[in-house]
Design a binder for this molecule. Structure first.
Ligand SMILES: Nc1nc(=O)c2c([nH]1)NC[C@@H]1CN(c3ccc(C(=O)N[C@@H](CCC(=O)O)C(=O)O)cc3)C=[N+]21
Length: 284
């Protein structure tokens, strides 16, 4: 069967244009642009590259972005104080602290310090609680972007079997929850799951968020299944690759997101959407 490529990059371009128009309206009405504070700690090159992508996307959309680069040995208190400052800053509507953080800083303390209203990553326990109970909230960008891809390609979720590979707080768990909210039957697999391959092979939808290049081949995929690749690893030769062995599942999968050009561009798009939503809610 012909595998349909789920073009996250093209969808992101379309969505970013409509977000740009929304930002323009917001700015004309309120007299200021939506503002995003991005805090990055340390010198991880991948993190800096992602943050550059976010800043560029903000600029194109008309969103003000304010980057703060802290050194790797910054104290936890200094970071918490900076977040406290942005919680009170009227020109900032969204706060993002790039993860991962150095080991001496508690990720959960940092996330809880961000005002839930400005939590454009959707990682705060208040945001998570709202998502789980189906209330309106800022949703985690990667899972929310995947839901947009599935919707744009008219992929039915209600009554389908979805298998999520990975149980992180930023992708696997919220992904499972959003699929459940749309009435899929969801199985979450992780490092202690003995029969991951069999579970994946029986699924209508497989979402891989593990971070092992090429892990998912045709032996994991039922004929015609929808395959979403959240993995993103940089190989030694500099190329980016996902969890899915694209060549192996070609012709087996019904739909497939490429890496790059699949989930990643939609993650950044949802960050823009969340920042606009946060700005609108804070100025309503
Ligand atoms: N607080 C926080 N929020 C995040 O949302 C967050 C984070 N920390 N830490 C790291 C991960 C990773 N992440 C990506 C975003 C965009 C691409 C992306 O645009 N990827 C492009 C390729 C980019 C390239 O060429 O380098 C693509 O897949 O086509 C990838 C990865 C957000 N993250």
């Amino acid at each position: 069967m012909e595998t349909v490529r789920l073009d996250g990059k093209a969808l992101a371009a379309k969505k970013r244009e409509s977000i740009r128009e929304g930002v323009e309206k917001f700015t004309a009405k309120s007299g200021f642009a939506p503002g995003l504070a991005v805090i990055i700690v340390g010198d991880n090159p991948a993190s800096h590259s992602y943050v550059r992508g976010k800043e560029k996307a903000c600029e194109k959309a008309g969103i003000l972005s304010e980057k703060q680069h802290l050194s790797a040995d910054v104290s936890e208190k200094e970071l918490l104080d900076m977040i406290g400052h942005y919680n009170e800053a009227p020109h900032i509507h969204g706060i993002l602290v790039q993860l991962p953080l150095p080991d001496h800083i508690s990720e959960s303390k940092v996330i809880e310090q961000i005002s839930a209203d400005k939590d454009v990553d959707g990682f705060h326990p208040i945001s998570v609680g709202r998502m789980v109970t189906g209330q309106k909230t800022l949703l985690p960008c990667t899972p929310a972007g995947i839901m947009e891809i599935l919707k744009a390609y008219d992929i039915t979720l209600s009554g389908k079997n979805a298998v999520v590979l990975g149980r992180s707080n930023i992708v696997g768990k919220p992904m499972a929850q959003l699929l459940l909210n749309e009435h899929a039957t969801v199985t979450v697999c992780h490092s202690r799951t003995p029969n991951m391959k069999d579970l994946a092979k029986s699924a209508d939808i497989v979402i891989s968020a593990i971070g092992k290049p090429g892990l998912v081949d045709d032996t994991y995929i039922k004929e015609g299944a929808v395959v979403i690749d959240v993995g993103i690893s940089r190989l030694e030769d500099g190329t980016l690759t996902g969890d899915v062995d694209e060549a192996a599942v070609q012709g087996q999968a019904g739909h497939l997101t490429p890496v790059p050009g699949g989930v990643g561009p939609m993650t950044i798009t949802m960050l823009l959407a969340n920042t606009l939503q946060a700005a609108e809610e804070q100025t309503a």
